[in-house]
Design a protein around this ligand. Structure first.
Ligand code: GDP
Ligand code: K
Ligand code: MG
Length: 300
C-alpha cells in the first residue's frame, strides 16, 4: 500500500437479544469462525472483535453477548454490561432480530438504540426459516415504524442472503483513519482464548439442556512445539459432580467426542496440527460469584 493512499477504519456493533444469530452473522461476514455459536442463548460471553480488512477499508465488527432483561444471576449482569459498553463509539449498529418474532428483550434493545446518533441497520435474520413468507412484509412494515432505521434488510446469516449488503453498508460509514490492526488479523483475541472458546462451543453442542451456562473453560497450557504442533491442555470447570459425570460420559465417550471436534476446529483455525488434552473439574457456585467471574475474564 503506498503511503499517500487514504485508509478508512471504524467499528460496527452487532447487537440484539440472545440467539437471534449475531455470532453466526459475524462469522459469515469474516468467512471464518471467530465467534462461537449454538442453539443456546448466552453462548457468547465476551465481547469479540471480527476484523474485516479489504484494501483501504478495515471494518471492525463487535460481536456482543445478547442483551436481555433477566439480571438475576451475576453472570447475566456482567454480560449486559459488556453488551451495552460496546455501543459507545461505533460508526454503525447492526440490530439483529429473528424473522417475525418480536419479544420483550427485542423491545429493550430497541429502546437503547433509539438514543444513538449513528445509523442503525435492522437485520431481520433467519428468513430462510420463515414458512409463511406472506407474514414477513407486514412485519417489516411494522418494524419500520418502531424507529428511524437507516435500512431494513431481511437476511440469512446461515446461508448468506444479504450479508454482503451489510458489509457494504458498514464500509460506507467508515471514517478516514489508519487501520488499527495488521491486515492478516481476523480477531483481537489470542489463540489461547480462541482455543477455550472452541472447547466451550463443543460442550454446548454436545451436552443436553443439563448444561446451561454453568460451564467454563481454562487453558492451562498452550505450547507451540518446534515442529509447529500446538500442545494444548484444557480444563473444563463445572458446578456439580453430576455435571462432571455428564461431560465425561459413559467410559469417557462424551469427553472424547468433544475433544475430537474441538481439535478439528482448532486445526482449521490455527492452520496447524493440534494435540489437545482435556480435564474436568468441579468448581461450585462460580456463576453467582462476580469476583470469581472477573478473575476468569468476564465483564471485560
Ligand atoms: P447469537 O446468540 O445471537 O450470537 O446467536 P448464534 O449466532 O449463536 O445463533 C443461534 C442459533 O441460530 C444457532 O443455532 C444458529 O445456527 C442459528 N442461526 C443463526 N442464523 C441463522 C439463519 O440465518 N438461519 C437459520 N435457520 N438459523 C440461524
Ligand atoms: K446462541
Ligand atoms: Mg453469540
Amino acid at each position: 500500500m503506498s503511503e499517500q493512499e487514504t485508509t478508512y477504519c471504524g467499528f460496527v456493533a452487532i447487537v440484539g437479544r440472545p440467539n437471534v444469530g449475531k455470532s453466526t452473522l459475524l462469522n459469515k461476514l469474516l468467512g471464518q469462525k471467530v465467534s462461537i455459536t449454538s442453539k443456546k442463548p448466552q453462548t457468547t460471553r465476551h465481547r469479540i472483535l471480527g476484523i474485516d480488512t479489504q484494501g483501504a477499508w478495515q471494518t471492525i465488527f463487535v460481536d456482543t453477548p445478547g442483551l436481555h432483561i433477566e439480571e438475576k444471576r451475576a453472570i447475566n449482569r456482567l454480560m449486559n454490561r459488556a453488551a451495552t459498553s460496546s455501543l459507545g463509539d461505533v460508526e454503525m449498529v447492526v440490530f439483529v432480530v429473528e424473522g417475525t418474532r418480536w419479544t420483550a428483550d427485542d423491545e429493550m434493545v430497541l429502546n437503547k438504540l433509539k438514543a444513538l446518533r449513528c445509523p442503525v441497520v435492522l437485520a431481520v435474520n433467519k428468513v430462510d426459516k420463515i414458512e409463511d413468507k406472506a407474514t414477513l412484509l407486514p412485519h417489516l412494515q411494522w418494524l419500520g415504524q418502531q424507529m428511524a432505521f437507516a435500512e431494513i434488510l431481511p437476511i440469512s446469516a446461515k446461508s448468506g442472503t444479504n450479508v454482503e449488503t451489510i458489509r457494504e453498508l458498514a464500509r460506507k460509514q467508515l471514517p478516514e483513519g489508519e487501520h488499527y490492526f495488521p491486515e492478516d488479523y481476523i480477531t483481537d483475541r489470542s489463540s489461547r482464548f480462541m482455543a477455550a472458546e472452541i472447547i466451550r462451543e463443543k460442550l454446548m453442542r454436545f451436552m443436553g439442556e443439563e448444561l446451561p451456562y454453568s460451564v467454563t473453560v481454562e487453558i492451562e497450557r498452550f505450547k507451540v512445539e518446534d515442529d509447529g504442533l500446538f500442545h494444548i491442555h484444557g480444563l473444563i470447570l463445572v458446578e456439580r459432580e453430576g455435571q462432571k459425570k455428564m461431560v465425561i460420559g459413559n467410559k469417557g465417550e462424551k469427553l472424547k467426542q468433544i475433544g475430537t471436534e474441538a481439535r478439528l476446529d482448532m486445526e482449521r483455525l490455527f492452520d496447524t496440527r493440534v494435540f489437545l488434552e482435556l480435564w474436568v473439574k468441579v468448581k461450585s457456585g462460580w456463576a453467582d460469584d462476580e469476583r470469581a467471574l472477573r478473575s476468569l475474564g468476564y465483564g471485560e
